[in-house]
Design a protein around this ligand. Structure first.
Ligand SMILES: Cc1cc2nc3c(=O)[nH]c(=O)nc-3n(C[C@H](O)[C@H](O)[C@H](O)COP(=O)(O)OP(=O)(O)OC[C@H]3O[C@@H](n4cnc5c(N)ncnc54)[C@H](O)[C@@H]3O)c2cc1C
Length: 436
């Protein structure tokens, strides 16, 4: 039995680890993980990679080395298509940074396939966004953002040094959800660290951050009091928070709004809405929702093929609702984690000829970190029956524990403990920011 998992993200890597340990190591199945990248970074950390507060070269997990320890084989490749009838996947040719092909296009066979390729930003067809905006969908994009930020700060510092007191860096972020809010705070913090590390001319007024949200408030998933607290904290940091502001186009000057205003910007980030990659909808025989997600049954098998599972952001799992309107499991790391658990269990049960388990989504709440300034959130389920609002240090600890839980799933408790200790040491040894 050959099990192929495509996408080693928040859900896919946890699944590969579990199946590798349970089946691969014992020779009960061949477990193969395919990803277009050689290293894994937990996606909720991408805004920290973008600001430089996290160095992906230090934090990244090498799939090849991780697979060697955990009983699965890693194959580098970018999925371009699936043929469920012939049980094959197509992988694009891979090119290096110089544009030279170093791996040809390939076909890989499977007995059982799990698609876990995540999502991409949804610009809802807004004019100019694809051309002018930066997205935070992948490690590559986050690293590119960091390089541009670094260059812009160095240029700005030089201009200020030469006496050009009018110069500023204007960054506009679309989307007042967790990603936009967290990125705004991270960029503010990054400016402070850059000033500490030699770019002395960069004071608070030289970074103008604008956070734009079409809805009436930031962080709609949190209650009004908590989301109001996060908005007040950002305003306190000097971020220009614009709610009820719909963007109609992005140009090389900035964002145009529905009221005809131009929000001028030197760097524009699109962090509003997600959808599964478009090419998935070309897979013959599968069904999809409007966000391109593959429709799955309660067992997380696709509605048409029992040997094809989907999980995480690319899976469309419909939740029961009182009004009959479709409501989908939200695209979050906790959803991908829970789905990976169910798929791992179901793949093993399928091999044993047992009946499969039904997936039950449990919302454990939502946490948002404003760099090291503050954190806000709401916990649900478990001890927090009925919901528990958190802010400050407690919320920050709860937020940090989410990543530790992902590390526990992929490393086990002993390595996670060692990593936690080495992280503590690195805080003394390394600079607070990636400076190159
Ligand atoms: C900046 C940011 C902050 C976030 N913060 C939070 C948060 O605080 N809490 C929370 O719950 N969620 C958060 N999210 C959402 C969360 O990251 C996602 O919901 C979660 O990562 C989805 O997991 P996944 O396994 O479905 O996909 P991902 O984790 O995105 O993994 C997808 C994997 O597939 C690979 N891949 C993609 N396309 C292909 C292809 N064609 N071929 C081969 N491989 C491919 C990618 O390289 C990646 O490794 C955040 C997202 C972002 C961008």
């Amino acid at each position: 039995m050959k099990i192929v998992i495509v996408g080693g993200g928040a859900g896919g890597l946890e699944l590969a680890t579990k199946l590798g340990q349970k089946l691969g190591k014992k020779g009960r199945a061949e477990v193969v993980l395919v990803d277009r990248s050689q290293t894994h970074i937990w996606k909720p950390l991408l805004h920290e990679v973008a600001s430089g507060s996290l160095d992906a070269d230090v934090e990244g997990v090498s799939y090849r080395a991780h697979g060697h320890i955990n009983g699965y084989t890693f194959k580098l490749g970018e999925l371009s298509g699936v043929n469920p009838e012939t049980r094959t996947i197509q992988l694009r040719a891979m090119q290096n940074a110089q544009g030279e092909e170093f791996l040809p296009a390939r076909i890989e066979s499977y007995d059982l396939l799990v698609l876990a390729i995540g999502s991409v930003a949804n610009d809802y067809g807004t004019a100019g966004v694809a051309l002018h905006c930066i997205f935070l969908d992948s490690l590559k994009q986050a690293k590119r953002f960091h390089q541009r930020l670094l260059e812009k700060f160095i240029q700005l510092n030089k201009r200020l040094e030469e006496g050009d007191t009018q110069s500023v860096l204007r960054v506009a972020i679309i989307g007042g959800g967790a990603t936009g809010v967290e990125l705004a705070a991270e960029l503010h913090r990054a400016r402070e660290w850059f000033a500490t590390y030699g770019l002395k001319n960069l004071t608070a007024e030289h970074l103008q951050l604008t956070l734009i949200e079409a809805g009436p408030r930031l962080l709609p998933q949190l209650n009004e009091r908590i989301s109001g607290g996060a908005a007040a904290e950002l305003v306190n940091l000097g971020v220009d928070v614009r709610t009820n502001t719909a963007v109609t186009a992005a140009t090389n000057e900035g964002f145009e709004t529905g009221s005809g205003e131009l929000i001028a910007a030197d760097m524009m980030v699109w962090a509003a809405g997600v959808k599964a990659p478009e090419f998935l909808t070309q897979i013959p025989g599968l069904e999809f929702n409007r966000a391109n997600q593959i429709l799955v049954k309660s067992t997380l098998q696709s509605t048409r093929y029992d040997n094809l599972f989907a999980l995480g952001d690319c899976a469309g799992f419909s939740l029961p609702t009182a009004d009959g309107k479709p409501r989908w499991v939200p695209p979050r790391a906790q959803s991908a984690h829970q789905m990976a658990d169910t798929v791992a269990c179901n793949v093993v049960r399928l091999l044993q000829g047992k009946s499969l388990q039904e997936f039950r989504y449990q919302d454990f709440g939502s946490l948002v970190s404003l760099s090291d300034y503050s954190a806000f959130g709401r916990l649900m389920g478990g001890l927090a029956r009925g919901g528990l609002s958190l802010e400050g240090t407690l919320a920050r600890w709860a937020y940090l524990s989410l990543y530790r839980m992902h590390q526990l799933a992929i490393y086990g408790w002993f390595r996670t403990l060692l990593i936690t200790i080495s992280d503590r040491l690195n805080r003394f040894i390394r600079p607070k920011l990636k400076l190159h």
